[in-house]
Design a protein around this ligand. Structure first.
Ligand code: 16G
Ligand code: ZN
Length: 529
């Protein structure tokens, strides 16, 4: 192993003096100009992780919904999951090491994890459309080659496309063909099959307006359109030709501001959706004839998908355990509707995709969505086998049809991670099959008015939470105060948690009216001091 080469090249990717960064819930995120050394080092770390797992590891250069000037990087584990938690610490350690210590840190990790350095390694690299991404991904490549490993630069891809590719490569193409073209073919075939089941198929062309957040999602949506037949007419806005990435547009803007993005022409009752900057989140919305804005977020999406799946499961008569996984941010109405009306068990985990994903793996079918629009569905191996068996078996026509629809849904969903393009196609297919308008979908249940606030404090770590972030254990007395405040309103709920991505405390409140939700959020934020 040529550690001298690693050390030599690392001087070309120097660490700014005193800069300390942490591999958080979304990998590393910072101003782009602070990230060159991080990229080089993550190239190195990806090689180590690849040697350890004897698999392809992914490196995605993106800062998702952050401003265009930011950038970031995330590692993708063998089956397309988020990097294992133990390795987040190694990532932080390597990122903050002084230059002369880099090789020692690498050797230390190798020893701890008993990694054979002679093992071959392969890294799959992808990037978003940020102006800084190309140079930064070159720094990742420098790290990979300094370590003497092989790589493939997939260039401009969405985050979920890279997750898909990594999974395909490591399952010997069982999950699909490990190219962007393979991804389009897999998804559009499943989508066409699913849409064929819609009784209205062919009568009214169904359309959706998409806000591409001026990012990679827009680019990739244009590509997938070439593979789509006429099942879905996509009208793309914020395609990156005029506006700036994530600037007054995109899923995060729409969800947080609770208003339409700029750059989109909306007519009353038209179905619209927004992607985020790396296309792993999606939210839907429309404006009604009175001009009022209606948001259909991750909770509404989880409800639509799980209801659809449950109805099909009843038809095929398979006794599979399905659950919906949410976070504390899930609107109380969605949880109530799922549990009480749909009789679907609901579980709550801490914020962050890895927590939801992990919990969802415990079920035959685990539907997980964060309210912000990141989510997918996981099918266990057994569930998948049973469904595929039924779909090709000698069963009655109705059963077979339902089994085929479940099979198409399995193929249409990106099980590796939340995926705006895949989720959009799943939603469009379900709406077509059920002959549902966006308004009908919206009225399945009514969201409780809610408010999110952020509070700047000296040290956000003074707040520690339990019970999936719904209860504050420190500082002493805070939870009691919150409980008192919540009691003053009806249908109310509130919690506080330290953000994992910003130096702030987040406050969430919901209540029977918007005024009460606003008041409660305000009162709780005062209690934090
Ligand atoms: C990250 C998470 C997202 C979560 C958000 C919360 C991943 C890939 N992303 O963006 O799931 O909702 O952080 O941010 O896990 P916060 O801790 O600042 O509220
Ligand atoms: Zn994202």
């Amino acid at each position: 192993m040529d550690f001298a080469a690693i050390a030599r090249l690392s001087t070309e990717h120097p660490k700014p003096i005193g800069l300390e960064l942490q591999y958080g819930t979304a990998g590393f995120r910072s101003k782009a100009e602070q990230l060159d050394h991080i990229m080089y080092r993550m190239g190195l770390l990806a090689v180590l992780r690849s040697k350890q797992t004897k698999s392809t590891i992914g490196v995605m250069v993106t800062a998702s919904h952050n401003p265009e000037e930011d950038n970031g990087v995330k590692l993708v584990d063998p089956l397309g999951e988020m990097l294992a938690v133990a390795w987040e610490e190694y990532a932080t350690c390597l990122a903050n090491a002084e230059e002369q210590d880099i090789t020692a840190v690498l050797q230390d990790i190798s020893q701890k994890e008993r990694i054979s350095l002679m093992q071959e390694a392969f890294v799959a690299i992808g990037r978003d459309t940020r102006p800084s991404s190309e140079t930064l991904s070159q720094a990742v490549i420098d790290g990979v080659t300094a370590f003497g490993a092989q790589y493939h630069d997939y260039g401009l891809v969405t985050t979920p496309q890279l997750h898909y590719i990594v999974c395909c490569r490591n399952t010997r193409e069982q999950y699909g063909t490990s190219t962007v073209k393979g991804y389009y073919q897999k998804l559009t075939k499943a989508f066409a099959e699913l849409c064929k089941q819609a009784s209205s198929y062919g009568d009214t062309p169904r359309g959706v307006k998409v806000d591409g957040a001026n990012g990679i999602g827009a680019l990739k949506l244009k590509e997938i359109e070439n593979y789509l037949q006429k099942e879905c007419l996509i009208e793309l806005f914020n395609d990156g030709t005029k506006g700036k990435l994530n600037c007054a547009c995109g899923a995060d803007f729409v969800k947080v501001q609770q208003k339409p993005p700029q750059g989109m022409e909306m007519n009353p009752n038209e179905k619209c959706c927004s992607f985020d900057g790396d296309a792993d989140r999606i939210v839907y919305y429309y404006i009604d004839s009175a001009g009022q804005f209606h948001l259909l977020d991750g909770d509404k999406i989880a409800t639509l998908i799980s209801t659809f799946l449950k109805e099909l499961l009843i038809k095929v008569g398979l006794n599979l355990k399905m659950a919906v996984i949410q976070t504390a941010y899930a609107n109380g109405s969605s949880t109530r509707y799922l549990e009480e009306t749909m009789k679907v068990p609901v579980y709550c985990t801490k914020t962050g995709v890895k927590h939801l994903h992990h919990k969802a793996q415990e079920f035959d079918i685990g539907v997980y969505f964060e309210a912000n629009g990141h989510g997918t569905v996981l099918f266990s191996k057994t569930a998948e086998e049973k469904i595929r068996q039924l779909a090709k078996g000698e069963v009655d026509a109705e059963k077979k049809k339902a089994a085929k629809m479940l099979e198409n849904t399995i193929d249409l969903i990106n099980q590796t991670v939340g995926d705006a393009i895949s989720d959009m196609l799943v939603i469009e297919a379900i709406l077509a099959v059920k002959s549902f308008t966006v308004q009908q979908w919206d009225t399945v249940y009514t969201d409780l008015p809610n408010r999110q606030l952020k509070v700047k404090v000296a040290d956000r770590r003074v707040i520690d939470t339990t019970d999936a972030e719904r209860c504050a254990v420190t500082p002493p007395g805070l939870q009691e105060k919150i409980d008192e405040l919540v009691k003053k309103h009806s249908l109310s709920r509130a919690f506080v948690r330290p953000s994992g991505t910003e130096d702030v405390i987040r406050v969430y409140a919901e209540a029977n009216t918007q005024e009460n939700a606003d008041a409660l959020a305000h009162e709780v934020s005062l209690a934090v001091f």
